[in-house]
Design a protein around this ligand. Structure first.
Ligand SMILES: Nc1nc2c(ncn2[C@@H]2O[C@H](COP(=O)(O)OP(=O)(O)OP(=O)(O)O)[C@@H](O)[C@H]2O)c(=O)[nH]1
Ligand SMILES: [Zn+2]
Length: 189
């Protein structure tokens, strides 16, 4: 949520942008636009004003499994260079330690937390792994992201449909080649 002062700040800025690009911010279709944009920025960048991610539950287990993998998690973020969206899917795996696992729904929540701020894809990839490590201290984490960047599609080089892939591995995913292969096989199969 954005407070009243910042809501008004964004509204003023959007009004100025509309004027600068040659629009009439007072025409009926646009009069509510600055306020709408301000509210939507409140959602799109919601993690900027949020405290550290603490909305999770850890559950004790009698025996830990091998890799826990959640794949094809959709995400939306904003490129920090152009403030245009980039979006796609995240695959996250971790090997539990300390006989505890994370509530499954909290992993997509954690991804949203990392995504809802200005980003580059590489930092988003690393941040997801670092947050999971902070929370779970697992034996290893693997994060793979495949995304489409609107700054490369609707402007600039205009490479429609191009996909940017990034990955980050820690712990056993770095040291155990077979484990990493299994992760890659599972996300690609
Ligand atoms: N590494 C990385 N680069 C990104 C990401 N999102 C956007 N970019 C790039 O950031 C760069 C910014 O380059 P600049 O030359 O400053 O900006 P620009 O003149 O708008 O560049 P063009 O997009 O090539 O027109 C571009 O090459 C974008 O493709 C990202 O998530 N990761
Ligand atoms: Zn961009």
């Amino acid at each position: 949520m954005i407070d009243k002062t910042n809501q008004e700040k964004i509204e003023k800025a959007v009004r100025m942008i509309l004027e600068a690009v040659g629009e009439d911010p007072d025409r009926p279709g646009l009069v509510e636009t600055p306020a709408r944009v301000a509210r939507s920025y409140g959602e799109i960048f919601s993690s900027l004003n949020a405290p550290a991610f603490d909305n999770y539950k850890l559950f004790p287990v009698e025996e830990t499994t091998e890799m826990v993998l959640i794949k094809d998690i959709p995400f939306y973020s904003m490129c920090e260079h152009h403030l245009l969206p980039f979006f796609g899917t995240v695959h996250v795996a971790y090997v539990p330690d300390h006989k505890r696992v994370m509530g499954l729904s909290k992993i997509p929540r954690l991804i949203d937390y990392c995504a809802k701020r200005p980003n580059v894809q590489e930092r988003l990839t690393v941040n997801i792994a670092k947050e999971l490590t902070r929370i779970l201290d697992p034996k290893g984490v693997a994060v793979s992201i495949s995304a489409r960047h609107m700054c490369m599609e609707m402007r600039g080089v205009e490479k429609t449909g191009s996909q940017t892939e990034s990955s980050y591995y820690t712990g056993t995913f770095k040291t155990d080649t077979a484990l990493k292969q299994e992760f890659l096989q599972r996300i690609n199969g």
